[in-house]
Ligand binder design. Sequence first.
Ligand code: PMP
Length: 352
Amino acid sequence: MSKFWSPLVRELKPYVPGEQPKMQRLVKLNTNENPYGPSPRVLEVIRQQADDSLRLYPDPESERLRGVIGDYYGVSPEQVFVGNGSDEVLAHIFQGLLKQDRPILFPDITYSFYPVYCGLYGVDSRLVPLNEDFGINPEDYRVPNGGVIFPNPNAPTGRFLPLDDVEQIVAGNPDSVVVVDEAYVDFGGDSAIALVDRYPNLLVTQTLSKARSLAGLRVGFAVGHRDLVEALNRVKNSFNSYPLDRLAQAGAVAAFEDQTWFEHTRKQVIAERERVTSALEKMGFEVLPSAANFIFCQHGSVSGDTLAARLRERGIIVRHFDKPRIDNFLRITIGTDGQNDELLWALGELTG
Ligand code: PMP
């Protein structure tokens, strides 16, 4: 605390990202990165792009990238907004669309950045408890609100809400913006982008950090009605007109163009997720059904914080949240088959 801090900064409770340890040879399964690396074509394009043109500003509107994303999802480029990671896109959404007179709704167990944006932008919120099985009940979102946001699949649970239920929430809230944060959708869910042309209040966000393995490049996007996208452009152009640098724009285009790599790596992650899930169940873990690149699980007799600490001693880092309802759970990112083997071996010893 310093006397120079503004009253707002004094009150902020910033997001704490999963640790990025400096140690070598770690099995790092704590921040839901993709273990397989980006498409080689993305790397080639980024290398080519690292030339004299870097003295020039990038395209502020990222037109080519918005066109490629629009083609991929069958929407027009005017329905696509891109930003520096989906976290930045979400920040603009909170400021430009979710800051209303009424409180917004989101699940009690969800992406922990949402309450942080509420603090930063002065957005009122009301937590809607997940049901006993950690699922979202669409009926719970039929109360007056200033907006709705939830991830699908949800984080950190990994549970996917079927598209019919998503539609029920969107259709039941015609006067509020409903944001579906699909950071993990490519690992097993159907995208609500299929619904955007029917619902002017629906905005879907995605990221290239997970299934396209580009967390380090920082590219995310939102798709929705052009009026919603225009709100985001107004915020962006009042904040930073060049959120995506030249390398990020070129690399992101190449990532969408290499469909083969995308399909291959995401299927590997899905297959490994199923393998890890059944192995853990045999060890006495309860594993929530996951449509993401991570699983959320608890053991019948050894506590989550003990397991996280013991795994760490063996150089295996997973995420444990010290929060009500989920403090016995571990969130474990699916790694390469070798990393998953190390994890399973260690958990077998710790719980056996
Ligand atoms: N939404 C959810 C649910 C996430 O877990 C994450 C990753 N922490 C993000 C959005 C943001 O991802 P990025 O900024 O890398 O696009």
